[in-house]
Structure formats: C-alpha cells, structure tokens
Design a protein around this ligand. Structure first.
Ligand code: ADP
Ligand code: ASP
Ligand code: MG
Length: 411
C-alpha cells in the first residue's frame, strides 16, 4: 500500500476550524487507500509564547526544562487532530516523539534526530490507523529526557519519519502554495517554482527562506525523500501539487539565479586599527570559535601604512553581545584601537546552480544595488550563491532590485 507523510505547520492548525480543514485533507488521502502519517506543529504563535514564558521564568534557564515546556505545543495539536479525525469516522491516534520513539542527540533546544523506530507506526498502519505525530520533539535515549529540534523543526520530523517508514512522498503543507523565487510576503511579484533542486533549497533555507527548516532539506537530500511544499489553504477536494524539491537533473529549465533570500539574523562587528601582523586573525577568531560562535562574513581592509588594518565580520544576532564581550576581554591579546557593531543589518543572498557556469553574476548585483544608493558592507560568494550585507532599512528595496535584475518577476 502506498504511504504518505503529511505535515501541517502552525497557521494550518491555528484553531479548531483550521484543524477540521486539515482533517479533510487527511481524509482525502486515506480514502485514496494510503497509509497516512500526519505530523503537526503547534498552533501558530504558541511556541513563541512558550519560549517567552521560559525566558520570563529565568534569564538563564535549564535547556532540558525549556524542551519540556516548548514540546507541549505539538502535544496539544496532535491530540486535537486525532479527536477530530475520529469524529469523522477515521481511525487515528496521537503519537508523542518519545512514544514512537524518535531518538535524538542531547543538544537540548536544537537536537538532531539519530534514529526512528518504525515498528510501532507500522503496527498502527496494519490496524488501519492514521498516525498523528507531534512534530518538533524527540527523546534522548540515555537520559530519557524530552528534546526539541530547533525552531521550524517539525519539517525535519516529517521528512525523517518519511525516510524511516519508507513513505512514497512527504507533503509539507503551509500557508503558501509552494516555494517562491523569494518570500512572497515581501515581493508580490515573486513566482512559484514548480521544482527546486535540493542544493538550491538547502542554500535558500540556510540563507533565510524559512519555508523549510535547513535540516529537513538535508535529510530529504540524503534519504532521497520526494518532498513537496504545498498549501493547506487549497480546497481539500481540489488541491494543487505545490513545489517539488528534487535532484538537479530533474530540472528542465535551469535559471542562472533561482531565488533571493534574506536574513536579519546577522550582526556586524568591526575592529578598527588592528595590528597588521601574523597571528592576529587567530587571536580574534579562535576565542569566538571556542565559545561556539559562528563567524560568517569576513572582510579585512588592506592597510595604508602596513601597520594596522580594519576587520569586519558577522555573527548571529543572538551571539552579538557575547561576541563583543569576548573581544573586549581579549583586547590586549589582539591589539586593536576600537570596536564598533551594528545589529540593524541584513544579509541578502542570490542562489542558483546556474551560477557555476556563468561569470559576473554577482558583479551585476553590486552595480544594481549601488545604482539604488545601497551601500554594501560585506560580501561573500561561493559556487552557487553570493551574499551582501547591507543596512536593514534597505531590505525590501534590495530584495526587489535583485529579483527584477535576474528576471525573476512574474509577468
Ligand atoms: P509553517 O508554520 O507552515 O511551518 P513557516 O512560517 O515556517 O510556515 O514558513 C512559511 C513562510 O515562509 C511563508 O509564509 C513565507 O512568508 C515564508 N517564506 C520565506 N521565503 C519563502 C520562499 N522563498 N518561498 C515561500 N515561502 C517563503
Ligand atoms: N512549533 C515549532 C516552532 O514554531 C516547530 C515548527 O513549527 O516546525 O518552531
Ligand atoms: Mg515552519
């Protein structure tokens, strides 16, 4: 019998009316004669509320207890969907991560799935039961503690379950009808893509397109899970196929640039008049690395006097204050004049496999952005993407400018 995983995000299960709508989508697939596992997120806004409560409880809270709190949002929606399905005459039961079990690492708050035992789910399918699974959560086997997979983690739950039960496909239902050339909420001219290559989707997600959690794309790519992004707002009786995430070879018409992403989760730090001598970069970046702070973009300005230089780099916004403190404490070791920082910055990126075979793609962007008076503070490039760091006030203008420049606007 064909097998399907259906995942529904926060807005898709925002209230009982929306959960009843989800149940109608599930009913359609059950009536088509498939084994169905449904993965649900918490109701929209719920996880934010739970996170805020933890922070209010204590500035430095126990990450294991944070997981115990935030995992509860998904417990509620899994039970509610099972209740609604049963009321429609569909056999269903809820499953929490620990009941399956979905085993994870013990990195509380951002745990990684290590193994999923499909046995209990298979027995449920044999009984003709829909499995309604709480997304986002798992259990660390050695300690028996609840874990969560990081924000947006229900996507990863869904794809990993699809791999574990050998599902024919995994449908990620959300509040947009597929993956777009950029966030359709900020660019009305964004176009829906029929297909996106795994590698492009991985970059788009890493660079800020939150439509899929990065880890879910990795799992889909490694386990070759046929994954679609589609809308739960479609009529359950007449749904659209959405966007297929697939191998590069399966894309017929390859564009040079496939999508534009942006991320506000980046802060800039500049060290002025750093001694221009061997060992300085190590003196700066080793202490940051030792504190698990990821440095992303780095720019070193060539010095006029060959004695000092300016160094600019970016860190995740959440680590900004910590990074500054570490660098201030290491001031004598590093030897610099001043430290400046900014959190009102945004990283805008263009992604496309076609960049591999086209020169000058990024250069065109630098020109277009300067024509709009947008100052670029840092740049990084790699084989299939480039990113620029700019003032946050230019986010929409920059995204729209690049979207038009690379011919992505819908007709
Ligand atoms: P869910 O709650 O269903 O998991 P998310 O809010 O996590 O939904 O992700 C869906 C949102 O992702 C959309 O509402 C959209 O604003 C945003 N998004 C950002 N970039 C893109 C993109 N390139 N294509 C589609 N959606 C995108
Ligand atoms: N509810 C969790 C979150 O908001 C997980 C998810 O929705 O995927 O991050
Ligand atoms: Mg999401």
């Amino acid at each position: 019998m064909a097998r399907l995983v259906m995942k529904f995000g926060g807005t898709s299960v925002a209230n009982i009316e929306r959960i009843k709508n989800v149940a109608r989508h599930v009913q359609r697939e059950v009536e088509a004669g498939q084994d169905v596992a449904v993965v649900v997120s918490a109701m929209s806004g719920k996880t934010n509320e739970l996170v805020a409560w933890c922070k209010e409880g204590a500035a430095l809270y126990d990450a294991r207890e944070y997981d115990a709190v935030v995992a509860s949002g998904e417990q509620v929606t899994s039970g509610l969907l099972a209740i609604v399905l049963q009321d429609m005459g569909i056999k269903a039961r809820s499953w929490q991560g620990w009941q399956i079990p979905i085993r994870t690492s013990d990195a509380h708050g951002s745990a990684r799935i290590e193994a999923i035992d499909p046995a209990a789910l298979n027995e449920g399918f044999a009984r003709g039961e829909v499995a309604v699974i709480a997304g986002f959560q798992g259990v660390h086997a050695a300690t028996g503690r609840l874990t969560t997979l990081g924000r947006g983690g229900s996507d990863t739950s869904a794809v990993a379950i699809a791999a574990a039960i050998g599902a024919d496909r995994c449908d990620i239902y959300t509040d947009v009808d597929g993956v777009y050339t950029t966030d359709p909420r900020i660019v009305p001219k964004a176009r829906r893509l029929d297909r996106v290559a795994f590698e492009e989707m991985l970059e788009m997600a890493s660079l800020g397109a939150k439509v899929l959690q990065v880890r879910s794309v990795e799992v889909a790519m490694v386990h070759k899970v046929k994954t679609f992004v589609r809308s739960s707002f479609d009529d359950p009786a007449d749904p659209k196929p959405g966007t297929l995430i697939c191998d590069e070879e399966d894309i017929v018409e390859q564009q040079v640039v496939t999508g534009i992403a942006y991320s506000k989760d980046e802060a800039q730090i500049t060290l002025r008049d750093v001694a221009d001598k061997p060992g300085v970069a190590a003196a700066i970046f080793v202490p940051l690395a030792e504190s698990n702070i990821n440095v992303d973009m780095i720019i070193q300005v060539v010095s006029d006097d060959a004695k000092t230089t300016d160094l600019t780099f970016t860190v995740p916004t959440a680590d900004y204050e910590r990074a500054r403190k570490i660098l201030e404490n290491a001031k004598a070791d590093i030897g610099y004049e001043g430290i400046h920082g900014a959190t009102d910055v945004v990283k805008v990126s263009a992604i496309g496999i076609g960049m591999r075979s086209h020169a000058g793609v990024a250069a065109r962007a630098f020109k277009a952005l300067s024509d709009k008076g947008i100052n670029i503070r840092a740049i990084t490039t790699s084989e299939i993407k480039f990113s620029v760091l700019i003032g946050a006030e230019y986010t929409e203008l920059a995204v729209r400018t690049l979207h038009t420049l690379y011919g992505l606007d819908k007709a």
